[in-house]
Design a protein around this ligand. Structure first.
Ligand code: ADP
Ligand code: ZN
Ligand code: ZN
Length: 807
């Protein structure tokens, strides 16, 4: 299996010895095409010659034990056939990229390389080449050395820290090494201390270092260089000079990067409702593999999960706890570590490659410290051998679906299949389940358990709808705030309570418009207006990240009447600082949370009550637990309702109920104020009474009527190319071909709302699959049509993207 988007697998030849050594799931370096080299995965060892080509020899074996197990391969095969993508795409997505060294990888000199490591001749050649050239590709390395088998040499250079793999592409795995110090063998005898101190009689600092060493060594534990520096109050240079004199030696011990230092605690005692839910879940698991837990916000679902997790751990099995990427904050990590301590490993994209490789290896070896994986969607690819339970928290979250690049999988659904492969159980949890999961529960396909009480019997917040149109008419608006919302904020602040304000848009104002001619500055690469960001006084494209400074005059008519329309988080923050000058206002959106610790900082500050009012986008709604928040305000509910997507209403409901759920979690009932132009909208009514069942019933009817999931399945096809006419003729051909196979259930072709992104024109076709139509057959037919399409020379350059369950 090669990590490339080709459906096929390939046969390479190995010697008999190699064949005896190799096992499925090991990596081998192979060449492919004219001159490319990849880390391929062994799928099968056999004696059947390929008929269409001559089998090439492998370059070498890269693993001593399999890196990927057969359960994984089975799972990947399912993903590949269900989501219509190549196995290679899954392979590439599954492995941390440090495991996928290939000829396109680029190496650089490590500027911090200390030249005392000894290099072999080959290694030295490469190292020297890097003195003259800032970077080398693996190809160039092959040319320099005049041989193909260069991977071990590169690996060894990496190990010796002489080179690094270019960071943007691959952050190479390197276990974190801690520097220790010990006495040179010459001084191991008993009288050594006296001899040493004599030798150092005139080097006061060095003497102190040696004395400090002897003091620390009484504990018989290895001595960290850092600890010695501290103990003896000497610098690193002093230690180095002692090493140069052959009195001390440095050595390294590998430590794991992600360490938990702290004690663990007993699980909380469940309240009676949680206890009942737990029993019911266990009961459903007797018959069903999947159970949906519908528990209102702050009902303590996490506590229920932890009990289940403990039981599975006691059986010696592994557990996966899936969360949407954005909800993977220190809050939940700390909370689970509080109980499970070192048995938890965290896996998500904000962690470095090194950290991810470490988790991979720990899971592969079924180490005690990787019994529970807390992670984002890609955790389902880890090398589990013995899964007992998967928990999918916030199962309704759309971020479980990967849209780009392929594999376009849904992690919740793929996790269900993974659980089946391991004969494990899977629990889906949410306060606002997705319509599909709730439907499956109603159909008795899943077990179903409800938890309808907030912990501590705190009531769900009081939700009030504020009619903005009415407020405007009565001149009771200040900026974007109604007098009612301002009053509620003031009351909360007076009581030293905290407030969350939700605005589903970042930036200052989404659109800048000329008051004279009405033209808005647009992105040169995409068909979309630029967004104004006040902080940097610039215009940005949220699709391609294009940015330019805010122009002084209109590009179309030249008059200086450019004006902000609409509003985003930044503007709300600004208005608040003017309205409440004595309070600290914070903002949480994509712009303020970049970097690994971005969220953490803001969440930490809010928890520490350094921020009184937090303004944010939907990332505020993801499972956060703040005890002092008693008011949540939604500045404008309408933008969520008027979204052209068949799930817009469902999602608006989820989002509003979830943000509302941040209010009044611990002591007293909280408040929620929703500003809207349409207070009578059925979704807002349902939010205000938290009537999930009513929302479900109504939405389900519409789904049936308009032929959408959960009744009909959707496959979306997207064509992209920089030449509009090419895409257009391609999409018309494709539509006809699909129509003759699937008839009226083919919709399109349509251009999406933003019909050009990064200079590529986009066209969509959607295939709806009725409940009785065979899914596998449909996909097969689609694949056939795709092959024919790609055989047309004119269409070949068009990107053809297939997205199964494209929502
Ligand atoms: P949910 O995930 O359902 O929104 P959480 O699990 O975050 O709810 O629980 C809400 C709060 O109540 C948390 O602060 C949690 O620690 C607390 N809590 C829940 N159950 C218990 C319990 N049985 N004993 C003590 N505290 C609890
Ligand atoms: Zn753009
Ligand atoms: Zn103008």
């Amino acid at each position: 299996m090669l990590p490339i988007p080709i459906q096929k697998t390939f046969t390479y030849s190995v010697t008999e010895d190699e064949a005896n050594f190799l096992k499925k799931g090991m990596r081998v370096a192979v060449s492919f095409g004219k001159s490319k080299m990849y880390s391929a995965l062994v799928l099968n060892i056999h004696q059947t010659k390929p008929t269409l080509y001559e089998a090439k020899e492998i370059h070498q074996i890269l693993d001593e034990v399999p890196l990927v197990n057969e359960l994984q391969l089975k799972h990947w095969q399912w993903i590949s056939s269900y989501y219509l993508c190549s196995l290679g795409d899954v392979y590439r997505a599954a492995l941390p990229s440090a495991f996928l060294l290939e000829s396109e990888s680029v190496i650089n000199k490590n500027e911090e390389f200390s030249e005392d490591a000894i290099l072999t001749d080959d290694e030295f050649l490469i190292f020297e080449a890097l003195q003259h050239q800032s970077q080398l590709t693996i190809h160039q390395v092959i040319a320099i050395l005049g041989k193909q088998k260069v991977m071990p040499i590169i690996n060894s250079l990496i190990k010796k820290e002489a080179i690094i793999i270019k960071e943007e592409i691959y952050e190479q795995y390197k276990p974190k090494l801690v520097k220790y110090v010990r006495l040179h063998a010459d001084y191991s005898s008993d009288d050594s201390l006296g001899k040493l101190l004599e030798e150092l009689s005139r080097a006061k600092k060095q003497r102190e270092a040696v004395l400090g060493y002897f003091q620390l060594s009484t504990s018989k534990k290895p001595i960290k260089a850092k600890d010695l520096e501290e103990k003896a109050k000497v610098s690193a240079t002093i230690l180095k000079s002692l090493v140069d004199k052959n009195i001390f030696e440095f050595y390294h011990i590998q430590t794991d990067r992600i360490q938990f230092n702290g004690d663990t605690n007993d699980l909380k005692v469940l309240n009676e409702f949680q206890e009942k839910a737990l029993l019911e879940i266990k009961e459903t698991f007797k018959e069903k593999d999947v159970t949906l837990l519908h528990g209102i916000t702050s009902s303590g679902k996490t506590e229920v999960y932890t009990k289940l997790i403990q039981e599975v751990l006691d059986q010696g099995k592994q557990v996966v706890f899936l969360l949407p990427e954005i909800a993977l904050t220190t809050q939940i990590i700390t909370r689970l570590q509080f109980y499970f301590g070192e048995q938890i490993s965290v896996f998500h994209s904000k962690y470095s490659m090194n950290e991810r490789v470490e988790v991979w290896n720990n899971v592969l070896e079924n180490k005690p410290k990787a019994r529970i994986i807390l992670g984002a969607r890609s955790s389902i690819f880890l090398p589990f051998s013995n899964l007992g339970l998967i928990v999918v928290d916030e199962e309704h979250e759309t971020s479980y679906k990967q849209f780009e690049p392929s594999p376009r999988y849904n992690a919740r659904d793929s996790a269900i299949v993974l659980a089946k492969i391991h004969k494990a159980k899977i629990l889906l949890g949410s306060a606002t389940p997705s319509l599909e999961s709730y439907f499956n529960a109603q159909q008795n396909k899943y077990g179903f358990v409800e938890l309808n009480r907030r912990h501590g019997n705190v009531q769900l917040p009081k939700i009030e709808l504020i009619d903005v149109k009415e407020k405007q008419r009565k001149k009771e608006m200040t900026g974007h705030f109604s007098d009612r919302l301002l009053k509620l904020i003031q009351e909360a602040l007076d009581l030293k309570e905290q407030v969350i304000l939700f605005q589903n848009r970042r930036g200052f104002s989404p659109v800048v418009e000329c008051n004279t001619c009405g033209v808005s500055p647009e992105c040169p690469n995409c068909d979309v207006s630029l967004t104004y960001h006040k902080f940097r006084h610039e215009l940005r494209c949220h699709y391609c990240n294009y940015q330019r400074s805010m122009p002084n005059s209109c590009g179309a008519c030249g008059s200086n009447t450019l004006d902000n329309k609409g509003f985003g988080t930044e503007q709300i923050e600004l208005e608040l600082t003017q309205l409440f000058p004595n309070h600290k206002i914070g903002r949480m959106d994509l712009d303020t949370t970049r970097g690994k610790y971005g969220y953490q900082k803001i969440i930490g500050a809010f928890e520490a009550k350094e921020i009184d009012v937090l303004v944010g986008t939907q990332m505020l709604s993801k499972g956060l637990d703040f005890e002092n928040v008693t008011l949540v305000g939604i500045i404008n509910a309408d933008s969520m309702l008027n979204f052209p997507d068949f799930r817009a209403h469902e999602r608006a409901y989820d989002m509003m109920v979830q943000v509302s759920g941040r209010s009044g979690r611990s002591k007293k009932q909280g408040n929620v104020a929703i500003q809207t132009y349409n207070p009578h909208h059925q979704i807002l009514q349902q939010v205000s009474t938290t009537s999930y069942a009513e929302m479900y019933k109504e939405q389900l009817q519409e789904r049936w009527q308009y032929k959408y999931p959960p009744y009909f399945r959707l496959i979306k096809i997207t064509l992209k190319h920089k030449d509009y006419n090419k895409v257009d003729s391609g999409v018309n051909w494709l539509f006809k071909a699909l129509y003759s196979s699937f008839g009226e259930h083919v919709l399109g072709p349509t251009a999406p709302a933003v019909s050009r992104v990064r200079n590529q024109y986009i066209k969509n076709i959607v295939i709806k699959i009725p409940p009785k139509q065979n899914l596998a057959q449909t996909k097969k037919q689609l694949q056939k049509i795709k092959n024919t399409f790609e055989a047309v020379k004119d269409f070949r350059p068009i990107r053809f993207i297939t997205d199964v369950d494209a929502y």
